[in-house]
Design a protein. Structure first.
Length: 555
């Protein structure tokens, strides 16, 4: 099934005078190139072929369980042939190690200055390399060499990740956008719909609805077995991670813990110490006292909550977009009569709630200062997107997509920058195709989800997990709502960890989670939140805040 792209990208936004890249061929030869005896690709052609070919070096990490196809290796495979035959680029891997060894090996290379032409680094490594003047300025290189598609992907988060790679006005890294990052990381509500119906409860549209459901699920025997064995509000010991975390509830109170926000004076402040968090903790404390929250939550990891969902004991929790596909799925397999619904988080004032979102990129591709062909890394990203996602350029079926034998040739590529919201776009394509009654033109991954939903509609209940995520009322319908209404909140601090942050944030976070847990359980008074704020500031928070705002003032 061929399609122009995996997603319905807003091409009109990229086909403007400011972003259109010329489609010049590489037939012409600049005078300087004639004199040097070489013909180099023109900067306005993002897919031009180098003639003669060039060589660029990199370093790689590969999971030890990674499988290769038909005798391929990381140095010789379907991608390396495309690079050389179609684009005149030879990629040389200076070294390849297991994922677990990559950071250590990379930092040794950085410290010694023995680095390749381009490589993948995290924020801290990128900052150190920039400060050591090891990195090329990519500002103009990206503008001149990125394809329209790549430019669009790098602006899906309004340039948030690009900002993290910008120092003193210079772009020194290209973010490796995380698949299903950004808006797809917003929290949502998972609720047993059959329990709501049985207890005559309204769908959650306000915070009061949320609390009413939680209390009723805990006290009114929603499973009808005559025993007090159900949990009202799912909460795990880690508070801010996994299924059953409190992030979504706090967002409903306009509280944004563990991230940096801009205050009315234009300064950055840490969300965990703001009064809105105290208000949310008071409500959680009340729910715990009422028995709506498991009295032993403080020793239960998210995996234990998943078991309770599967057993039919837990029917209400805040979760993430993928949870239904593997957590609620187990419950439905054991109890086919179970019904689940996913809803956007609710707010305390009745207005649309704004979920906090994870960073869109944690790693970045950087280029060694003085590299002979600094634009090659950007060209490799163009090529990946063209052949992996724009399926008009690949055979059908696409040889880069995951194979039945567990091989993933798409991951042989040394530069992978993916659509941030590839599954959100797939959801939209699938819903349109279902409405039209024709999925024949869908490309990957929308075609996979369309096929699964079709099987479910035809009675294959093993495909329930797909409808929980990609169905018309599945979890991606919630993400679609967040995205269309631009409701997400990003962390305002996108820099590398500051010195004080590296030294003290871990202990501050531990202190935070301990006091928050005690307040929820009634072991500490709510007023201890004020003491926590003072201690947080005194024990390093003020220093971190100063460093964060110094970074912010330079953006």
């Amino acid at each position: 099934m061929k399609a122009g792209k995996v997603s319905t990208l807003a091409l009109a936004s990229v086909l403007t005078a400011g972003l259109v890249l010329g489609g010049c061929s590489n037939n012409g030869t600049a005078e300087a190139d004639k004199q040097s005896g070489t013909t180099q690709v023109k900067p306005e052609d993002p897919f031009g072929k180098y003639d003669p070919p060039i060589e660029v070096s990199t370093v790689r990490s590969v999971n030890q369980g990674f499988k290769y196809k038909d005798g391929d290796t990381i140095d010789n495979n379907i991608w390396t042939k495309i690079f050389m035959d179609q684009y005149g680029i030879k990629v040389k891997n200076l070294w390849v190690v297991d994922d677990s060894q990559y950071r250590q090996k990379l930092n040794i290379s950085i410290a010694s200055g023995d680095i390749p032409d381009f490589m993948l680094v995290n924020k801290e490594e990128m900052m150190r390399m920039h400060e050591a003047e090891q990195l090329e300025d990519l500002t103009k290189i990206l503008e001149q060499n990125a394809s329209p598609y790549l430019k669009e992907l790098l602006n899906q988060d309004n340039g948030t990740a690009l900002k993290a790679a910008t120092f003193g006005g210079k772009l020194v890294g290209i973010p490796q956008m995380q698949v299903n990052g950004g808006v797809s990381t917003g929290a949502m509500l998972y609720v047993r719909a059959d329990w709501m119906k049985k207890l005559n409860l309204p769908e959650p549209k306000t915070m009061e609805d949320v609390f009413r459901i939680a209390i009723a699920f805990a006290k009114n025997d929603p499973d009808g077995n005559g025993k007090a064995d159900t949990v009202g509000f799912g909460l795990n010991k880690d508070l801010f991670q996994g299924h059953g975390n409190v992030t979504g509830l706090m967002n409903g109170y306009k509280a944004y813990p563990n991230m940096w926000l801009k205050d009315s004076a234009g300064k950055l402040v840490y969300g965990s110490i703001l009064p809105e968090v105290k208000t949310a903790l008071e409500k959680l404390r009340e729910l715990y006292a009422n028995g709506a929250i498991d009295q032993e939550f403080s020793v239960k990891p998210a995996s234990k909550l998943a078991e309770e969902v599967a057993s039919g004991r837990l029917g209400f929790a805040y979760g993430n977009v993928s949870d239904g596909g593997f957590i609620q799925k187990l419950n439905v397999e054991k109890d086919p009569s179970a019904e689940w619904s996913m809803y956007p988080i609710t707010s305390v004032d009745g207005k649309p709630a704004h979920p906090q979102l994870n960073d869109t990129a944690g790693n970045f591709y950087v280029v060694k200062k003085g590299a002979k062909h600094p634009e090659a890394m950007v060209r490799l990203a163009n090529i990946y997107l063209k052949h992996y996602y724009e399926t008009n350029y690949a055979p059908d079926p696409n040889p880069f997509i995951s194979q039945a034998d567990g091989v993933y040739p798409g991951k042989y590529q040394p530069v992978t920058i993916d659509p941030l919201n590839v599954n959100l776009e797939a959801f939209r394509l699938v819903q349109k195709a279902l409405a039209d009654g024709d999925g024949s033109k869908l490309g990957f991954p929308a075609n996979v989800h369309y096929d699964r939903l079709t099987k479910y509609a035809q009675g294959d209940k093993t495909m329930w997990f797909s409808t929980a995520v990609f169905g018309a009322k599945g979890s991606y319908s919630v993400i679609d709502y967040y995205d269309k209404n631009k409701l997400g909140i990003y962390n305002e601090f996108q820099g590398a960890a500051t010195p004080a942050m590296s030294e003290k944030m871990s202990s501050l976070r531990k202190m935070q989670d301990e006091i928050f847990t005690k307040i929820i359980m009634g072991q500490s008074p709510v007023s201890d939140f004020d003491t926590f704020v003072k201690d947080w500031k005194r024990l390093g928070g003020d220093q971190i805040t100063e460093e964060v705002n110094k970074w912010y003032s330079q953006q």
